[in-house]
Design a protein around this ligand. Structure first.
Ligand code: MG
Length: 244
């Protein structure tokens, strides 16, 4: 089945199980009546492959397995970056304290409390960096920007975002899109979302439409809900450059 999928033999109706177990004669009859489009003449999900195509599929599968097992012991870690699309997730949480600037997505938001952290404590930027690093299996933010290094003390997290974007580019990838959610009880983030998207998109060299930011309150629950912390979650999808 996976082989049929790789070869593009499934269409949407087959994936949804709508085509049923139609035999070749039924396909011809329906086609003759002009009911089905030519695309639907392709092999049904439930149809048994011919002995010839089944044998070819088995040979291909064995060849692939043999090739992979033979190389497994000496494969370079960078070989794993050969796939076309890669996905990563990231999250971050910072306690809130009076007298700290509340910065999210590189935007300063007026409020009496802000995140405690070695850098500016931008939880959203940190979550996005972790998602992008995760997509390339390059570890986490702390490995790249240690919180004991004076270099990053009070640093703008947009610096981290730019550096991580450089890692993505150096590996031959580009960002498809980022989706994120910020958990904060107060203040309301709605009026600031557009500015945050623009700021992050600028640092990532993508369009604001590729950066989604959603805001949630904690409904009075946990540290976020009690107004003691800001939390962010992010997912990033990256794709390899064509021809690289
Ligand atoms: Mg952090």
């Amino acid at each position: 089945m996976s082989l049929w999928f790789e070869r593009g033999c499934w269409n949407s109706s087959q994936l949804l199980g709508l085509s049923g177990n139609r035999g070749p004669s039924e396909v011809r009859r329906k086609e003759k009546n002009g009911v089905w489009s030519p695309r639907r003449q392709k092999r049904s999900l439930f149809e048994t492959p011919s002995p010839r195509s089944a044998a070819r599929a088995a040979r291909d599968s064995e060849r692939r397995d043999a090739s992979q097992s033979g190389k497994a012991a000496r494969v370079s870690p960078h070989s794993f970056i050969a796939s076309t699309c890669r996905i990563g997730v990231g999250n971050d949480i910072h306690p809130l304290a009076p007298g700290r600037a509340l910065i999210l997505g590189g935007v300063r938001i007026p409020f009496e409390k802000g995140p405690v952290g070695h850098s500016d404590g931008d939880a959203l930027a940190h979550a996005i960096c972790d998602a992008l690093l995760g997509a390339l299996a390059l570890g986490d933010l702390g490995q790249h920007f240690p919180d004991h290094s004076p270099e990053w003390h009070k640093a703008s997290s947009l610096v981290f975002v730019r550096r991580v974007r450089e890692h993505i580019e150096d590996a031959g990838y580009q960002i498809v899109n980022i989706d994120s959610t910020v958990g904060l009880e107060r203040p309301k983030l709605g009026p600031h979302i557009a500015a945050m998207r623009r700021k992050l998109a600028q640092a990532l060299r993508v369009a604001p439409e590729q950066v989604s930011i959603k805001a949630k309150s904690g409904e009075g629950l946990d540290a976020v809900g009690r107004g003691r912390a800001v939390r962010a979650d992010a997912v990033a999808l990256i794709v390899r450059h064509r021809g690289s």
